[in-house]
Design a protein around this ligand. Structure first.
Ligand code: SF4
Length: 282
């Protein structure tokens, strides 16, 4: 580890300490990926479908209407969703209590067909993930290949949803929220396009955090960057450098939101490479 890397590591540990003292551990656990990943492709597909139907909607609305959505779509059994015909879709769109959206239900049907195909080729989605990772020789590069494959194969899945699906397949990755990438970029740790972020998380996430340590690091950095769950937002669009524990070492100390060119680059970085409505992916 060279001097630059050592300093970056020390700064990130300072942030981990700063955030950990202010947020409850249960929250990190909840944001780090499921403790017990789903065991069947049916359960995995339900999570994928829920993610798609929830894009751009408030969580309370998804919570309120997802059961009716699932019921109206054959309990979201992949084989049944894959076989939906136009008249079935028309019927679904007439169910008042469901999350009715034609583009989303077509994407969910497409994804059901993909899940069916991957399962027939590999056994199930978990096996597909394991094979994709193993084929790349290096675990982190393999995980990145998996997330790219998920975005390529599945409709309405961007980089954030792909990382969350990987977590639900039992793979420990850091979710590349644009706020986290912007913060890391300001601190001199990589570009806003997310390249290198997974390798960084592999090097930096404390081993003591256990098997979901990289997911947990992402949760810590997201809390630091956005303050979504508390009042600790520090490196947001309008960074609060005066309250930042790593300000003395930060090359972007003092940037302001509207003039921060890196903010707009970060926004742009999430809008390419997928048909997904990525505006909903933060
Ligand atoms: S000093 Fe400012 S720009 Fe740098 S990491 Fe801290 S809040 Fe962000």
């Amino acid at each position: 580890m060279d001097q630059t890397e050592k300093r970056l590591h020390a700064n990130l540990m300072m942030i981990v300490d700063f955030v950990s003292r202010q947020l409850p551990g249960e929250l990190f656990d909840r944001l780090s990926g499921p403790e017990s990943p789903p065991e069947t492709d049916h359960e995995r597909f339900v999570l994928i479908a829920r993610r798609i139907f929830g894009l751009g909607l408030p969580p309370w609305l998804v919570e309120q209407r997802f059961a009716a959505t699932r019921e109206a779509l054959a309990d979201l059994v992949p084989a049944k969703v894959a076989a939906l015909e136009e008249r079935d879709i028309a019927h679904f769109l007439s169910v008042d209590a469901a999350l009715r959206n034609r583009a989303k239900v077509l994407a969910v049907r497409h994804n059901a067909r993909v899940v069916q195909r991957l399962a027939s080729e590999h056994g199930d989605l978990n096996r597909f993930a394991a094979v994709t990772i193993a084929q790349n020789g290096n675990e982190v590069r393999g995980q990145e290949a998996l997330m790219q494959a998920l975005q390529r194969e599945l409709q309405f899945i961007g980089p954030i949803s792909a990382a969350r699906i990987a977590q639900e397949l039992g793979v420990d990755v850091m979710v590349p929220h644009r706020s986290v990438l912007r913060f890391l970029h300001r601190l001199g740790a990589g570009g806003t396009d997310g390249r290198g972020a997974q390798e960084l998380s592999e090097r930096v996430a404390p081993e003591a955090w256990g098997p979901r340590r990289r997911g947990r690091l992402g949760a810590v950095l997201l809390a630091f960057a956005t303050g979504r769950w508390s009042s600790v937002a520090v490196c947001n669009g309008e960074p609060n450098c005066g309250a930042c524990p790593v300000a003395p070492d930060c090359p972007r100390n003092g940037v302001s939101g509207p003039r921060d060119e890196h903010s707009s680059r970060a926004s742009g970085s999430q809008t390419t490479g997928s048909t997904a409505p990525l505006s909903a992916e933060r």
